[in-house]
Design a protein around this ligand. Structure first.
Ligand SMILES: [Zn+2]
Length: 328
């Protein structure tokens, strides 16, 4: 694993300047947990390289990769619920213990923005006066939803999109049996987020979903009503997981349309690869509607990690898709 964030974290380990708290920020599927585990491995590995990189093979590295090493604790919240204050207090109590095996104790809090203000304040004391060799790693979609006092006392790192080539390499390792075309497609729909690319590959129906999204856009361009759109992608059959594939595909198709309308040929189409199909759809959807649909899709994608209801999400999208000029 290598990106600008892991480089920076390795630098801290190498120079012996490890802070007591780190915030790793990135959208869902960006690889926040993997990055945190990589960092924990770098701190605890039995046989790190000269650059400080963990070996990835020793017992500790393997246990950390599966979330089971005794000196690395991970705290999760239930979907849609806040991180319980009691769990945070329990975690803080654990910080008084010295590491059992490694030199460091690492505490990873996933979805840390779901901690209540009370929980964050309790944590703040430990961040300000941390027991020796204790490191907190807070993962979040948006650090602005954390208390400013927590943010100001942490080293903040933002996970950007993973470069295509690296993502491709990672997918080939994880999915040795997947064919190249499917991997290319997963890379294209992911927007550089490894988790999104992986769930696209795990979803055996990726190709058929891409067909549905093309058909959906064609129906929008013909001015079909909600019933017809609902027959192509039925809101009631959409789960959050399926939306996690459908929305990125839709965004890709709308991007193709917007490029065709505003700067034809500026970039290679990624979903609407047939030029006839693309021109037909791009001519049928007004530029204003294409922008509104793109914005709505992007907004829903941002809400996916929070608590969006899949049925309502698709219904709101269909509303924009069927709108007449000036109504939505
Ligand atoms: Zn190791």
């Amino acid at each position: 694993m290598k990106n600008a964030v892991t480089d920076r974290l390795l630098e801290c380990v190498r120079d012996g300047r490890v802070a007591s708290s780190y915030i790793i920020e990135g959208p869902p599927g960006a690889g926040k947990l993997d990055t945190a585990r990589f960092f924990a491995s770098a701190l605890c590995c039995e046989d790190p390289s000269e650059s400080g990189a963990p070996c990835g093979e020793c017992r500790r590295c393997r246990l950390i990769a599966s979330g089971k090493f005794c000196d690395v604790s991970e705290l999760y919240s239930e979907e849609g619920k806040p991180v319980p204050v009691a769990a945070v207090r329990e975690l803080i109590a654990e910080t008084s213990l010295i590491p059992a095996e490694a030199d460091f104790r690492v505490f990873v809090i996933a979805d840390s923005e779901k901690m209540t203000a009370g929980a964050q304040n309790a944590l703040l004391k430990s961040i300000e006066e941390p027991p020796k060799n204790t490191v907190f790693v807070l993962l979040t979609r948006d650090r602005r939803s954390l208390l400013p006092t927590v943010v100001s006392r942490s080293v903040c790192l933002v996970l950007g999109p993973m470069p295509d080539q690296e993502l491709k390499k990672r997918l080939k390792e994880k999915f040795p049996d997947a064919d190249g075309k499917k991997i290319d497609f997963a890379v294209a729909v992911s927007g550089g987020a490894p988790g999104v690319a992986e769930s696209a590959l795990e979803d055996g129906e990726l190709i058929s979903r891409a067909d549905s999204v093309r058909e959906y856009l064609a129906a929008v361009s013909r001015g079909e009503g909600p019933a017809k759109l609902g027959a192509i992608i039925s809101p009631s059959s959409c789960t959050r997981q399926s939306l996690g594939v459908i929305l990125p595909l839709l965004k890709l198709g709308l991007r193709d349309v917007l490029i065709y309308q505003n700067a034809p040929g500026a970039a290679k189409p990624q979903l609407l690869c047939d030029p006839d199909e693309l021109s037909k759809i791009a001519v049928g959807i007004s530029p204003a509607k294409a922008i509104r649909l793109f914005d709505r899709t992007e907004r829903l994608l941002g809400l996916l990690g929070v608590n969006v209801n899949a049925l309502a999400a698709m219904a709101s999208l269909n509303l924009v898709a069927c709108s007449k000029p000036g109504t939505v």
